[in-house]
Ligand binder design. Structure first.
Ligand code: NCD
Length: 298
């Protein structure tokens, strides 16, 4: 059984299954708030709304008291201390969990071998965002009752998205098939064999689940070749194009949404939208993860 979640390399199908059952059982019958017994340090060196707050709520519900270093403001980072040293010093305070969001350049996996706290990756540059992939999978399971054979279309900036990177690790373990759709500049990092659709209409007709990603502008090294309005026209979700998508399908987005670019606001009112359910599921999933890594089973 893995002791941390940095990526899914050591996670088997049955580890994932155990975790999903626990999350679903927490969702069905929430356990009473526990008095904090153990501790978590949440270190967010990159911006976050949903992930940070849902880890805080999840920790509280799981009986884990958390302390937060948010963006490093007011910390010794401002005196020139490195992120590596910051992580090692906080780990030396012996929290049970270290929840970390940081840039790719931070050697998170290597650092985690130097202390005993369980590390939960809350977004690591463009490398991985495993809890987002887990909560997306939980949202799929919630709707369809199973994973096997479902078809997931990821639309957009796959190249710079850690969410997509973790989807590619997790979904095949759950026997979910992935296809992508987006401007070529966002798909160039993928192997040639990856299933892809050049037309959004065709992709929507194939899929059971669609996930729209925002262009990760802060991670682009050059300006986008495609303009925001061209993007919206060819790859943006709106009520009209979604007529081609299955009535039984679901529409997801990890947030934050760029309204009018990858998604028109009207899509949030579509009965197939699960965007806010994803956020609710994020808390159950993270609570399950904390409890599960702490040795609790269903
Ligand atoms: C994602 C992230 O930070 O990678 N957001 C999130 O965690 N809900 C996606 C994004 O920023 O586009």
């Amino acid at each position: 059984m893995p002791s941390s979640l940095i990526d899914f390399k050591d996670w088997t199908h049955s580890d994932c299954e155990g975790l999903f059952s626990l999350a679903l059982s927490l969702k069905k019958s929430p356990r009473p708030l526990k008095t904090p017994g153990s501790t978590a340090a949440l270190l967010f060196f990159e911006p976050s709304t949903r992930t940070r707050l849902s880890f805080e709520i999840a920790a509280l519900r799981a009986g884990v008291a958390s302390v937060v270093l948010d963006g490093g403001a007011g910390s010794s980072l401002q005196k020139g201390e490195s992120i590596e040293d910051t992580i090692l010093n906080v780990a030396a305070m012996n929290p049970d969990f270290l929840v970390v969001r940081c840039a790719d350049s931070v050697p998170l996996a290597e650092l985690s071998t130097q202390f005993s706290a369980k590390v939960l990756n809350a977004g690591w540059g463009i490398k991985a965002h495993p809890t987002q992939a887990l909560l997306d999978a939980l949202t799929i399971r919630d709707h369809f009752g199973s994973f096997s054979g479902k078809k997931l279309l990821i639309i957009g900036d796959v190249k710079h998205s850690r969410v997509a990177a973790s989807q590619f690790e997790l979904m095949p373990r759950l026997r979910i098939e992935i296809a992508v759709c987006g401007p070529p500049e966002f798909l160039e990092s993928l192997p040639p064999a990856q299933k892809r659709f050049s037309s959004l209409a065709e992709g929507l007709q194939w899929a059971d689940v669609v996930i729209a990603l925002r262009p990760q502008i802060e991670r682009h090294h050059q300006t986008m070749k495609i303009s925001r309005s061209e993007y919206a026209q060819s790859y943006g979700l709106n009520a009209e194009v979604l007529r081609l998508f299955s009535a039984k399908g679901i529409i997801m987005h990890p947030g934050p949404i760029h309204h009018g670019v990858e998604m028109q606001s009207e899509v949030l009112r579509d009965p197939r939208s699960r965007v806010l359910q994803q956020v609710s599921n994020g808390v159950y999933m993270r609570e399950a993860l904390i409890r599960w890594l702490g040795g609790e089973k269903t």
